[in-house]
Design a binder for this molecule. Structure first.
Ligand code: ADP
Ligand code: MG
Length: 613
């Protein structure tokens, strides 16, 4: 006896529905996408009980003919692809033709639709895949879907739905994703009679602000890059607004929200050195690629996609984000020279993409005249070399200290002359130490306040990393080797760091049983207590264990930089302050410490003036 039978349509649809429609939010997503595909300029969502009782989506798009209105509920009924080849040129949201069939199999659906060219529209009622009624009706141009009592005939699914608040938040998420990528369409959303969103048509930035609040206006910087593989537009959140909780992180590819852990990593990587550990950057990135090079078919809800050349995409996304961070995260007065757009040559198959380099003028110094900065060429001494002679001055003998100059308290220049101040050069710049903690000095555009410890941490961090990479070691051999000891667990960890510490200029031997003999310390070790420094170093290394991309070198450098940095309470002379400022701005990422703490802040003259109004 043959035992194989074809499943009845209704059952097949319900099975498909299990994949496509998991919860009210999935129905909202599919209906919204259909409305977008229909070329609508205005879409309204009405919900009751987080969509469990009612989902109504009304659009002013192209509408359907009488027979299409009936056919749209059939499985694999789609107007969007006709042959297999069309799959490689998809620009619409839907194409599988199974959403409406799925929804109709698990809910009571009413459709009203009318095309502009038709006198009357069509109304259809369908319930569990059964057409209950079809008749002509008077209605507006466009389409309105009413989905009632979702999962009414699949009680198991209904009981698995989460609380109303949770289901509603899923819906909001889908709504936001569609709204974000279609700023030219006006959207509104009502829940239980209350309007939650009214989004006017506008541009991308206006849409983000309308959804997430006007506070975002200050937090976003644009991203834009063009290449033959992908065009990227959008925004990233400034590093200082990175959040403890996973913030707004959106990728869209060809107008579709996508999840892409690999590209997400590219963004996180670009932010790596400028945000604190365990904080998350926000981003809204719109990728536009040739539909041929993207496979959106690998998951029924189409959020997981595959790009043809993911490696290059990674490099480009990372470079674009890095560029924007460099270009915009500082105040406008920090005018780093960065190439405007990234250029990519035509790629031949098999060729790899060169990662675009970001050109930051390492000599940029807010205390230089602009033309001076421009004249300096990149072939000069490297910034680290340049810093080195000044570096010596950082730790002069006690008697060398120059007391903070009294006059620097009261700059003689008035505001007007300071604003177009071309004389605010290094030589005449005044430095003032506040609370033995901050360095104050003036820029052309305002007052800069530098955190002496954090600035020094950044300087040392980059120096250690550089030495490390280039294999420079400046060891100062101790006349009397010292013993340090740790408990068993710490000793094991410490032993694993010996190689890295060696690179940083330590000369340490493992003596067994938790004891280590220190024969030499880095040249600039000063009078620090060796046991203290090494203990703290281990402590901050442990704290950093999860962060910093698992890069041991960086963690050791960061921990060491923190230990060796000058502390608040240390009185600095003018030369030392000048030196810190110079060295800081010779760093590749002067804005933050290795673990993301801000090193300086700028109070512009406008801000200052506004405080006197
Ligand atoms: P898909 O979107 O994958 O084509 P659906 O099941 O979501 O499949 O929709 C089936 C078809 O119904 C669509 O291809 C489209 O022709 C038509 N359709 C659905 N919703 C609308 C709408 N809001 N306006 C006009 N046509 C629609
Ligand atoms: Mg669809």
């Amino acid at each position: 006896m043959d035992i194989i039978k074809l499943l009845p349509d209704m059952v097949a649809n319900q099975i498909a529905a299990g994949e496509v429609i998991q919860r009210p939010a999935s129905a909202v997503k599919e209906l919204l996408e259909n409305a977008v595909d229909a070329g609508s300029t205005e879409i309204t969502v009405v919900l009751k009980d987080a969509g469990k009782t009612l989902i109504q989506i009304t659009d002013n798009g192209c509408g359907m003919s009488e027979s299409d209105a009936r056919l749209c509920f059939a499985r694999h009924a789609t107007s969007k692809i006709r042959e297999a080849n069309d799959l490689f040129a998809i620009r619409t949201m839907g194409f599988r033709g199974e959403a409406l069939a799925s929804i109709a199999s698990i809910a009571q659906v009413e459709l009203r639709t009318k095309r502009v060219e038709d006198e009357v529209g069509t109304s259809i009622q369908i319930e569990g895949s059964d057409i209950k009624l079809q008749e002509p009706c008077q209605c507006n141009n466009g389409t309105s879907f009413l989905v009632k009592n979702i999962f009414f005939n699949v009680p198991a699914r209904r009981t698995f739905l989460k609380s109303e608040a949770t289901e509603l938040s899923y819906i909001m998420e889908e709504f936001q994703r569609v709204a974000l990528v279609n700023p030219g369409i006006a959207f509104s959303l009502f829940h239980n009679g209350k309007q939650h969103y009214k989004l006017d048509a506008g541009n991308s930035k206006q849409r983000i602000l309308a959804i997430f609040g006007n506070g975002y206006a200050q937090k976003l910087v644009p991203v834009e890059t063009q290449s033959n593989i992908v065009n990227i537009t959008g925004f990233i959140g400034k590093p200082e607004f990175a959040k403890r909780t996973r913030g707004e992180q959106y990728f869209f590819a060809n107008n579709r929200f996508i999840r892409h852990p690999y590209l997400h990593h590219a963004v996180v990587n670009a932010f790596q050195d400028v945000i604190a550990e365990n904080t998350h950057p926000s981003y809204f990135l719109f990728l536009d690629v040739d539909p041929k090079t993207i496979d959106i078919n690998i998951h029924p809800t189409k959020t997981e996609v595959k790009f043809e050349d993911e490696k290059s995409m990674y490099a480009i996304v990372r470079a674009a984000v890095k560029q924007s961070i460099g270009k915009f995260s500082l105040t406008p007065s920090m005018d780093f020279e960065i190439e405007r757009s990234l250029d990519f040559a035509e790629l031949k198959p098999g060729e790899t993409v060169k990662v675009p380099q970001i050109k930051v003028n390492p000599y940029f110094n807010p205390f230089h005249k602009e033309d001076q900065v421009e004249k300096q060429s990149f072939s000069h001494k490297t910034p680290a070399n340049k810093g080195l002679d000044q570096w010596e001055k950082l730790f002069p003998k006690e008697q060398d200290y120059i007391a903070p100059q009294q006059e620097s308290l009261f700059p003689t220049q008035n505001i007007e002359s300071a604003l177009d101040d071309t004389s605010a050069e290094k030589e005449t710049a005044k430095y003032y130490q506040l609370q033995q903690r901050y360095i104050l000095t003036q820029l052309k555009t305002g007052l800069i306040v530098i955190h002496q410890q954090y600035a020094h941490e950044r300087i040392l961090y980059e120096r250690y990393l550089k030495n490390y990479r280039e294999g420079h070691r400046a060891v100062q051999q101790l006349m009397f080797p010292q013993t340090v000891s740790f408990n068993t667990i710490d000793a094991e960890l410490f032993a694993s760091l010996l190689g890295d510490l060696q690179h940083s200029g330590f000369d340490i031997e493992d003596f067994g049983k938790g004891s280590f003999i220190v024969n030499g310390v880095p040249a600039d070790f000063d009078n620090h207590s060796i046991q203290d420094v090494l203990e703290h170093l281990l402590e901050s290394y442990k704290q950093n264990l999860q962060g910093m991309d698992g890069n041991k070198q960086k963690r050791v450098a960061a921990a060491f930089a923190r230990q060796m940095s000058i502390r608040p309470g240390k009185i600095l002379g003018t030369e030392e302050m000048r030196s810190i400022v110079d060295l800081l701005f010779a760093c590749s990422t002067p804005e933050t410490t290795a673990d993301g703490k801000k090193t300086f802040t700028i109070l512009s003259y406008e801000e200052l003036e506004s405080k006197f109004l």
